[in-house]
Each structure stands twice: as structure tokens, then as C-alpha cells.
Design a binder for this molecule. Structure first.
Ligand SMILES: C[S@@+](CC[C@H](N)C(=O)[O-])C[C@H]1O[C@@H](n2cnc3c(N)ncnc32)[C@H](O)[C@@H]1O
Length: 277
């Protein structure tokens, strides 16, 4: 399911409309630099083959994609993503490894890097605020970029409607996008204040709550998780309809944030007809 289309619709992977794709290494590098030099940059870095693959599958618009071994990358695509072979053959421009290193802080071992347009804020807001058939995950003041990326990946896999963060962490930070393996395009990802959270019953995960095994989590639930260091904030607790606990032995203080999200989504999916088959 794509986050921004009708439920169940998977868009055809396509190249962006408008300007023709860059054909030569020089054109590709110039387009890359031009897009990142925009006054208000609208593009996010996709690092590696799998991030590009996922982003394209879920409808990302990719105006430039670089690789250091075009033949090898297309072979990988034939093996792992035959659905994208044609699109990747049109998109990928081979450049030398030095050129990639000059553009990308940590080149990926697959030698692939691309820029994708961030979804329009209005489309993200509509996906979060419209009628929802699956939960939204709320990360309250998360600190760890890798955790946030892992949560986006979980949300995409379970078909969750979105991942919302409160606090200063940017959920579109390149490290979060890398951790999410390009799956930001498969769910609606946005930073919001607690006061701006979408409607729906809010279940806040906390070891002091009611045992999750006795609860059915509704499809329109907000599932909220506290920060790695401090747990749930007072503001989030005040908005919560119920505190919910994951089973845990005494003397273990807590689970990791992303694994907690995985367990809660699994619990929802186990009982919901709206979860992926
Ligand atoms: C690493 S924990 C936070 C630990 C933090 N030191 C605290 O005081 O709560 C991150 C988040 O994962 C969730 N979590 C971890 N273990 C949990 C459990 N046993 N039951 C419910 N939620 C849990 C909670 O939302 C928690 O705020």
C-alpha cells in the first residue's frame, strides 16, 4: 500500500514527469548539485540499491540516480527487483566512485545513490488526518536516528498509516531515511506537536500499563512510545486514553524503542483484518 494513494493502490514505478532525465555523468552530477542547492531543498538522499528500490516501489519521484557499476546494478535488479528493471535502466547513470564520494558523505557498498522528492506536506497531512484503516505510530521525543529509521521500516512492513515524531528529531534526516531503507515513501512520516496529533484512541506504551495481551488495539489507534532515555512525556501521557504494557520479566527495566514498536504492531496485526496478509 502506498501512503498517499487510495488503499490498496500501488503506483506504477515511473520516472518524473517534466525535465528529461540526465543522460551523461556530467549532466547527472550537475542535476544533483542543482537540486541540493535549491533555497528550500525538497529532496532526500537515498543511499544504496535497496533504498532506491523501495522508494520507487512506493511511488517516489526520483529525478537523478547514480551508480558506480551500471551493468552490475542492473544485474542485481534482475535478481532482486525485476519489477523495476525497466525504470532503473532509464534512471541509472554510471559515474566514477570519486564523483559519488564527492556528493555523498558515506557512499553505500552497492555504489548506488539517488535523490527523491519529499512528499508534499499536504499529502502527508491528508494521509494522517483522513479516514484510517491502520494505526499511526507516535514516537514521543525520540533521540536515536537509527531507532526512528527502524520504526519507519516496521510501520511500512505492517502497513501502518504513518509515523509521527514529537520533539526536535527530524524524521526525514538522512540517517533516519537510511535506517528506514527508503520506506518513508510507504507510510506517512511527519514531525508534529502533541497538540497536532491525528484523532483516534491513543494507546501509550509503558511498562506500568495494562497487559497488552488482554487488549484489542483498534485499526484507527495511535500507538505512542516514549523516548529512549526518559520514556513518555507528561504531555503525551495527558493525551493518552490508556497505558499499555508489553510482557517483561521483573528486573528488566525496558525494551528497546524499535523492538517495542515491533511487538505492539505485531499484536495489532495478529487480530486485525486490516493488517497485511
Ligand atoms: C527504552 S524505553 C524507555 C526507557 C526509559 N528509561 C523509561 O524511563 O521509560 C522506550 C519506550 O519503549 C516502550 N517500552 C519499552 N519497554 C516496554 C514495556 N515493557 N512495556 C511497554 N512499553 C515499553 C515505552 O514506550 C518506552 O517509553
Amino acid at each position: 500500500m502506498n501512503a498517499y494513494g487510495p488503499p490498496g493502490a500501488i503506483p506504477e514505478p515511473s520516472v518524473p514527469p517534466g525535465a528529461p532525465l540526465p543522460a551523461s555523468p556530467d549532466e547527472a552530477v550537475a542535476r544533483w548539485r542543482g537540486l541540493l542547492a535549491e533555497a528550500a531543498p525538497r529532496h532526500v538522499l537515498l543511499e544504496g540499491f535497496h533504498a532506491l528500490k523501495h522508494a520507487l516501489r512506493f511511488g517516489a519521484v526520483v529525478p537523478v540516480a547514480l551508480c558506480t557499476d551500471r551493468a552490475g546494478t542492473l544485474e542485481l535488479a534482475a535478481e532482486l527487483a525485476p519489477d523495476l528493471g525497466e525504470v532503473l535502466a532509464r534512471l541509472l547513470v554510471e559515474v566514477d566512485a570519486q564523483a559519488v564520494s564527492a556528493l555523498v558523505p558515506r557512499p553505500h557498498p552497492t555504489g548506488v545513490a539517488a535523490l527523491a522528492e519529499r512528499p508534499a506536506p499536504a499529502a502527508v497531512a491528508a494521509a494522517l488526518r483522513g479516514e484510517r484503516r491502520t494505526p499511526v505510530v507516535v514516537l514521543d521525543q525520540p533521540r536515536h536516528l537509527g531507532n526512528a529509521g527502524a520504526v519507519v521500516r516496521l510501520a511500512a512492513g505492517f502497513g501502518a498509516s504513518g509515523v509521527v515524531t514529537t520533539g526536535p528529531l527530524d524524521p526525514w534526516h538522512p540517517t533516519v531515511v537510511r535506517g528506514g531503507a527508503g520506506l518513508h515513501f510507504a507510510t506517512a512520516v511527519a514531525p508534529l506537536e502533541v497538540s497536532e496529533l491525528p484523532g483516534g484512541p491513543l494507546f501509550a506504551l509503558d511498562p506500568e500499563g495494562a497487559d497488552i495481551r488482554g487488549l484489542a488495539l483498534p485499526d484507527d489507534a495511535l500507538l505512542a512510545f516514549g523516548s529512549e532515555r526518559h520514556g513518555l512525556s507528561a504531555g503525551l501521557r495527558a493525551r493518552a486514553d490508556q497505558l499499555v504494557a508489553l510482557p517483561m520479566r521483573p528486573q528488566v527495566s525496558s525494551y528497546n524503542l524499535a523492538t517495542s514498536v515491533g511487538m505492539a504492531l505485531f499484536h495489532w496485526a495478529s487480530a486485525s483484518g486490516a493488517a497485511p496478509a
